[in-house]
Ligand binder design. Structure first.
Ligand SMILES: C[S@@+](CC[C@H](N)C(=O)[O-])C[C@H]1O[C@@H](n2cnc3c(N)ncnc32)[C@H](O)[C@@H]1O
Length: 305
């Protein structure tokens, strides 16, 4: 299948099960974001989202093992799933060699999914794990969310991001989807599982440095690549569906205002050395080190052609 390149991004129009072959992806991966189909009978063009559970988890196991083999020592994986599958995700990561770091609760700002026999469901899990005991990179980001009711004094210097993320809105179908959700001419969502750029921003900032390589084996609408590009990280996205590949290519070719993550810079303003972590330092001044990064990036792209 043809590969396509945009600056520091590679988009592979393929099945990730075969594309994640260590003989083909030469670069060591620093961070992977896994947002696979959740096997809940959603309408995907190219994928049966209703596999027998055992088959589905064997597949996830295979993907986690392949990503592990491609990952640099200390590299990270963030595996997103429904909360009811937590035990399977943890087992999958454990059995393929990953070291557990956090079970992140992404409490979406949207309404809970109601339940008549159990509590309404209000969050999704994102398991953060690493290759080896210690992450190679972990930036302790600081944010300064609005004070809870009753707090009298503003924080002096924000607070560290914890494992509960309740400040990132999901892109829903309705009113709250906002401008960020990609739509066709008739207003229909182009990809119903499009992740918010804010989510990928937090993950990429926390676990990589500029110049590092980010992998998304289930690239969907390309959110990971779009954010990685802005943060001066290199990225590889794999996507099975040609419609989605076209969406990714368009999204990368011309950055939409609603994909611009610089609007979130102020949210992390309390983080020490944020400009360096963000990859924003020297944007308009070409330094010796950025020239060196450029040449490494070119070598990376060429080795994948
Ligand atoms: C949950 S969506 C990912 C959404 C993505 N995070 C975004 O922001 O758009 C999962 C994607 O995986 C793709 N997919 C399913 N099976 C695949 C496979 N075997 N290889 C590569 N992509 C696959 C689907 O077409 C779908 O676009």
């Amino acid at each position: 299948m043809a590969n396509s390149f945009k600056k520091n991004c590679i988009v592979l129009h393929e099945n990730c099960t075969t594309a994640l072959d260590s003989r083909r992806v030469e670069s060591k991966i620093d961070l992977s974001f896994l947002d696979p189909p959740f096997n809940q009978d959603k309408a995907y063009n190219m994928w049966n989202d209703n596999l027998p559970p055992a088959k589905y988890w064997r597949w996830m196991h295979e993907i986690c093992a392949k990503v592990y083999a491609l990952t640099a020592e200390g590299g990270a994986i963030y595996f997103m799933q429904r909360e009811k599958n937590t035990e399977f995700v943890l087992r999958c990561l454990h059995d393929t060699g990953w070291t557990f770091q956090n079970l992140i609760i992404w409490k979406k700002k949207t309404s809970a999914i109601p339940g008549s026999k159990r509590f309404g469901k209000h969050y999704q899990i994102i398991t953060f794990a690493t290759k080896g005991k210690t992450p190679r990179i972990f930036h302790r980001l600081r944010i300064d969310p609005p004070l809870p009711v009753g707090y009298k004094h503003a924080r002096e210097n924000g607070m560290f991001v914890t494992d509960v993320w309740d400040d990132i809105r999901e892109l829903t179908a309705g009113y709250f989807a906002g401008d960020e959700a990609l739509r066709d001419g008739e207003g229909n969502r182009l990809h119903k599982q499009q992740s918010p750029t804010q989510l990928l921003l937090r993950i990429i900032l926390s676990s990589t440095n500029p110049g590092d390589v980010v992998l998304d084996p289930f690239a969907g609408s390309g959110t990971t690549l779009v954010v990685a590009e802005q943060l001066k990280r290199r990225s590889i996205g794999i996507e099975l569906d040609s419609h989605n590949v076209a969406v990714i290519q368009n999204r990368l070719a011309e950055q939409r205002k609603s994909d611009d993550v610089s609007r979130f810079f102020k949210d992390y303003a309390c983080t020490p050395d944020l400009e360096t972590i963000w990859g924003a330092r020297g944007l308009n001044r070409k330094s010796a080190s950025s020239a060196e990064t450029d040449s490494k990036q070119m070598a990376f792209l060429e080795s994948n052609q």
